[in-house]
Write a protein that binds this ligand. Structure first.
Ligand code: UTP
Length: 475
């Protein structure tokens, strides 16, 4: 680009910012060198000013919004909860067929910043293996290798990163030979960033030459699949179904055939896995209809009338906690991504956003000074012509790592992972190690009670390294 052309574009961008009341973004312009000016101008040119304005206006009107009227949605229950065992068996076969036909891709969202955990690397690099300290990514790669072995198919794995996690994630995979997967079948793509706003709707400078931005939320996965060309890549590979999960759940059953089967049988465009809330106060969003539209109602948004509502048996009416495990049709992802402005509105949350003072010196505010914007993947539910909600087995499928300690921490996740492994050993009549022993199973070789049984062994030591135990837990 010639300098004059660059300057002209820059003037145009500044003009647009002025019109939108965002001229302050350039207030240090005269003090910036050429390189800094270019950086700021490039960043500014990519900002969707009209979209930010809409978010701010919608948010300013929020005080008048009454809480929605909620209705429970039908859920495919587990056989143990009154679900039909035959239907589950049918779904299992249907799901297995789709997997064997190579119609399914796996998508993990791994662009988050792990603020609560306080981990300075991508969360997927967190060492979760009870014995070997294998990372979440390595454990997931083992599961995908297990799928490849079982179904004789590639199972492309789409890994969504963000500016915050991209480089470190790629390095981790490169340094570990893609954890035994063909590099062509591990596809990284980056989600977009979005600017934060102060309470007057103005962008916030993080440095004199930089506007503060954060990853645009897990909902950004749908738009980024489209803009990165990954959706085209899926379709080229003959994939029409996408299994979506979050990077931080070591119990995840990747591409669970029964769940996939229910989704396909229902001809759903998007499906949702739920588990029973432990109690009304548990901090988990519930799947429900809000003013007629299906979605996930966050725990901060449900009012007490609905939160504590019980049925004639004394059971919670809104028991179906979302665990952020979804199945999508690729056609639906395309439709949502192409209409994201309407279908995936930004949500705002007040935060302390690092900024600078009038002299350009950094400030760490002690109180929220603005709001971060994010898109939520479950907002897409409202746009789906058909949604299938399936109950999962919480103890066996969901124990995320969110916090440094206490609930949903590395310690609770390792404890629950070991409990799952013990249940597999028990079902396979393999002698159980003493309580408190760390156990780790290589998912590429054994991924469930049936495969544990097929080993035909009586003790873990006979598993040829597929099952490892260590006397003291590595918590
Ligand atoms: P969380 O909302 O739990 O965020 O994301 P987090 O980054 O893991 O942790 P906190 O909130 O900063 O403490 C749930 C999942 O969605 C992904 C995360 O990587 C995680 O797998 N995510 C979240 C993204 O990929 N991008 C985002 O912008 C936000």
């Amino acid at each position: 680009m010639s300098e004059s052309h660059g300057q002209q574009n820059c003037e145009e961008t500044r003009g647009r910012f002025r019109k939108h009341g965002q001229e302050h973004v350039f207030r240090f312009w005269d003090e910036l060198d050429e390189r800094q000016r270019q950086k700021l101008a490039d960043q500014a040119a990519a900002v969707d000013l009209a979209a930010l304005k809409r978010v701010h206006e919608a948010n300013s009107d929020r005080a008048d919004v009454r809480p929605p009227k909620l209705e429970a949605v039908p859920v495919v229950r587990l056989p143990a909860q009154g679900g039909e065992a035959q239907a589950a068996a049918r779904a299992f076969e249907r799901g297995k067929q789709a997997l064997a036909d190579g119609r399914v891709a796996v998508l993990v969202v791994a662009g988050g910043q792990a603020t609560r955990l306080g981990f300075d690397q991508p969360k997927g690099a967190f060492p979760v293996g009870p014995v070997s300290e294998r990372t979440l990514f390595e454990q997931q790669a083992q599961k995908i290798r297990g799928l490849r072995r079982r179904y004789g198919r590639p199972f492309p794995w789409y890994i969504m990163t963000s500016d915050a996690t991209d480089a470190a994630t790629r390095t981790l995979f490169a340094d570990n030979d893609s954890f035994g997967l063909p590099a062509d079948d591990v596809i990284f793509f980056k989600q977009g960033m979005v600017q934060s706003l102060d309470f007057e709707g103005r962008m916030i400078l993080e440095r004199p030459d930089r506007i503060f931005e954060n990853p645009n939320g897990h909902g950004g996965s749908l738009t980024a699949l489209l803009s990165s060309g990954c959706l085209d890549d899926m379709e080229r590979r003959g994939i029409d179904t996408v299994f979506y999960y979050q990077v931080d759940n070591p119990l995840i059953r990747i591409a669970d055939p029964t769940y996939l089967g229910f989704h396909l049988e229902a001809e759903a465009e998007m499906s949702c896995k739920v588990v029973q809330k432990r109690d009304p106060m548990e901090k988990v969003g519930v799947v429900a209809r809000a003013d007629g539209k299906i979605g996930v109602i966050e725990y901060t948004e449900i009012d007490d009338e609905h939160r504590f509502a019980t049925d004639e048996n004394g059971e919670l009416v809104f028991w179906a906690g979302s665990v952020a495990i979804h199945v999508f049709s690729t056609a639906f992802i395309r439709r949502v991504a192409e209409n994201a402005d309407e279908l995936l509105p930004y949500h705002v949350s007040a935060k302390r956003i690092p900024t600078i003072d009038e002299d350009g010196q950094p400030i760490q505010p002690s109180e929220p000074n603005g709001y971060k914007l994010e898109r939520f993947v479950f907002d897409a539910l409202a746009a789906a012509r058909s949604v299938c909600v399936v109950e999962g087995e919480r103890n066996l499928e969901y124990s995320p790592i969110k916090n440094a300690d206490g609930t949903d921490s590395p310690a609770s996740a390792r404890r629950d992972l070991i409990a799952v492994y013990r249940s597999w050993l028990d079902a396979a009549s393999i002698e159980l190690p003493k309580d408190g022993t760390a156990i780790e199973i290589d998912h590429s070789r054994v991924d469930g009670p049936d495969e544990a049984r097929q080993l035909g062994i009586q003790r873990c030591a006979e598993a040829g390294g597929a099952i490892r135990v260590q006397a003291r837990e590595n918590a």
